[in-house]
Write a protein that binds this ligand. Structure first.
Ligand SMILES: [Zn+2]
Length: 258
């Protein structure tokens, strides 16, 4: 059992040949690359586990036809990936959804005994989003139920920041990518780590370039909010664990003790 919170990122799918500029606003147009889709397990001092995001459905699922293709090997299947870490989904009591886009909020039925923490603003907007994001929320498709709705009876909406969801684990509002995006701050023995949701899909977003200190993603709802959320992160986080970057899975576990 850990003596301090630890974070384990797990790959639950891959976007093959993905347009890089979708993650990096007005940059690298036309370039393609593979990017992972991640879930995270936060392991607490008492042995309990918090799951952050629930990943996309598999390519064989009927709802897969409503979004861009993903690649998934058997060990990337969320139940298999969790059980590989010794986590039985049925035992998980707490799930945090950084936002309700399909690649972060499917597979909710895996966690029948969990409370799902989500921002109230995200829950509200996901019912009738700005149409530019209808596809990501999978709403407005005849006879199709958006995947995040599976968790609706278990949802616990929160407004803004929540200190100590568990000891040393805090939720922070990071609007911009979506109206109710949020991040998870984890106080570890080696600094405060941030699971940023899609506010920071790649380390390149955070590191910026000569023109811009931090680069937003092209998928966003409000660039002013996006900028303010970056400033908020500067004040509170030491280590960033981007949501769609293979950099995050260089290490199986954080903090990295060397
Ligand atoms: Zn995403």
């Amino acid at each position: 059992m850990p003596k301090y919170p630890m974070i384990r990122p797990i790959v639950v799918g891959v976007f093959p040949d993905f347009e890089v500029s979708l993650f990096l606003y007005q940059r690298r147009q036309g370039q393609k690359a593979d990017f992972p889709i991640l879930m995270y397990v936060v392991e607490l001092e008492d042995g309990k586990k918090i799951v952050v995001d629930t990943g996309p459905c598999g390519p064989e699922d009927p709802s897969a036809r409503h979004h861009m293709p993903i690649r998934r090997t058997p060990e990337m299947e969320p139940r298999a990936a969790l059980e590989n870490l010794g986590v039985r989904p049925e035992d998980v009591e707490t799930v945090v959804l950084t936002h309700l886009h399909w690649d972060h909020a499917s597979n909710c039925k895996l966690f029948p005994n969990a409370t799902f923490f989500v921002q109230k603003a995200e829950l509200q907007c996901s019912l009738a989003p700005n149409p530019v994001q209808n596809g990501q929320y999978e709403v407005g498709i005849p006879r199709h139920m958006p995947p995040w709705m599976d968790a609706f009876p278990q949802m616990q909406p929160i407004e803004g920041d929540l200190h100590d969801l568990a000891r040393g684990v805090h939720l922070i509002g990071l609007p911009g990518h979506t109206p109710g995006s949020m991040g998870v701050l984890v106080e570890t023995r080696k600094g405060v780590h941030l699971i940023p949701g899609d506010h920071i899909p790649l380390m390149a977003n955070w590191e910026g370039d000569q023109k811009l200190k931090h680069i937003p993603g092209s998928i966003h709802i409000n660039l002013d909010d996006y900028h303010r959320s970056f400033l908020k992160i500067e004040k509170v986080a030491d280590v960033i664990l981007p949501s769609h970057d293979f950099i995050t899975v260089r290490y199986p576990c954080y903090p990295v003790m060397e």
